[in-house]
Structures are given as C-alpha cells and as structure tokens.
Design a protein around this ligand. Structure first.
Ligand SMILES: [Zn+2]
Length: 186
C-alpha cells in the first residue's frame, strides 16, 4: 500500500539529503490497525522530475512491513504524483496556465497527456469525491481543478487527502491506496 507522506522541499532536496532514511513508519498499520507494528523493509526506486532543473532524479521510497498482518506500506514523498514522473509543483503550474515556466516547457508533452487523463477521469472523480466544486455544466475541468487545489491548499496536499480519504487521485484509482489490496490500477 502507498501512503503520501508530506515532506518539506522538492525532489533534489530529498535525493541529495537522502530523506528516505528519516521517514518514520505510520501507526497504526493501515491494513490491520495494529499499533507500532511496522518494521523497515528497504526501499524501491522511482524517477521523478526536478524543480527548475532539466531531467529527473531516481529517488528511494521507504517501505515497511507489518509484523502482524505481513502487508507492506510505502511512503511516497508528497512532491511526487503517484505513477507519474512529473513533480506536483510542475503539474500545478501547468494547470494554472503558467506554460512559460521552464519546468512546464520541458515536460509539456507529459503534462498535456496528464491533463487529458484528468479530463477523462473527471466524471468518476466527481462521483467519488462529493462536496468539491459545482456540478457540470456550470463548472469545467479547469474550474474543478482549481477548487480541488483550494480545498487542500496545493496539489500535493490534495493528492495526500484524496488518497487517504477517498482512495483516489486526480488521474485515477489505484489498488495501492486501498488497505488490504495489492498494487495496480483498478
Ligand atoms: Zn498490519
């Protein structure tokens, strides 16, 4: 299972300061609800883009295993979007129309693809997350996106809240955000 963990700084800071080493296990276990039962289980690597720099860094994501139920939990730092390489900060800049931001220009092909996916996913997102924004057709995709960011304060916070409270992201629903389910898109 994947939990979004709020961290200060961006991908380069996390990478260069090896922040994965200081990630602490959540308690209780999100699968079985037992307290103080998650133990270190190494890391997995994933790529994430950089803020104001070209290219990407390969970060290590901390994993833990529960000694009671045997299931695992990984802590994805909040600057990253689940299953997407481009930073939340860059996605947010693109969605806000800041297309001349250097990061946005470098990743524009990916960002357009992400937006297309968001628009496709939006009807199910509206159904799954009640209470945000207005109803269509009075509200388009861009307006809904703004409402979500206002609701949570940032795309990072929105993703953390959506995954923990509704097991969903702005781009899809994934088994890894559901306790007691294995990984993969559903
Ligand atoms: Zn457990």
């Amino acid at each position: 299972m994947q939990i979004i963990c709020m961290v200060e700084g961006s991908s380069d800071d996390y990478f260069s300061n090896e922040k994965q080493r200081s990630m602490r296990p959540p308690s209780p276990c999100p699968h079985c609800n037992s307290k103080q039962v998650l133990r270190a289980l190494g890391y997995y690597d994933r790529d994430v883009s950089r803020l104001n720099e070209k290219g990407y860094v390969r970060i290590s994501v901390r994993r833990f295993r529960c000694i009671v139920c045997g299931k695992t939990v990984s802590l994805l730092p909040s600057f990253a979007q689940p299953y997407r390489i481009v930073l939340n900060a860059t996605i947010q800049a693109f969605a806000a129309g800041d297309i001349y931001h250097p990061d946005v220009e470098w990743w524009i092909i990916y960002l357009r693809r992400y937006w297309k996916r968001f628009c496709f996913w939006l009807p199910l997102l509206r159904q799954s997350v009640p209470g945000i924004g207005l109803s269509p057709p009075s509200e388009d995709a861009a307006a809904y996106w703004r409402q979500v960011v206002i609701w949570a304060g940032s795309l990072s916070s929105a993703t953390a809240r959506l995954t923990s409270d509704f097991q969903i992201t702005l781009f899809g629903r994934y088994r890894c955000h559901v306790p007691n389910r294995c990984e993969g898109e559903i």
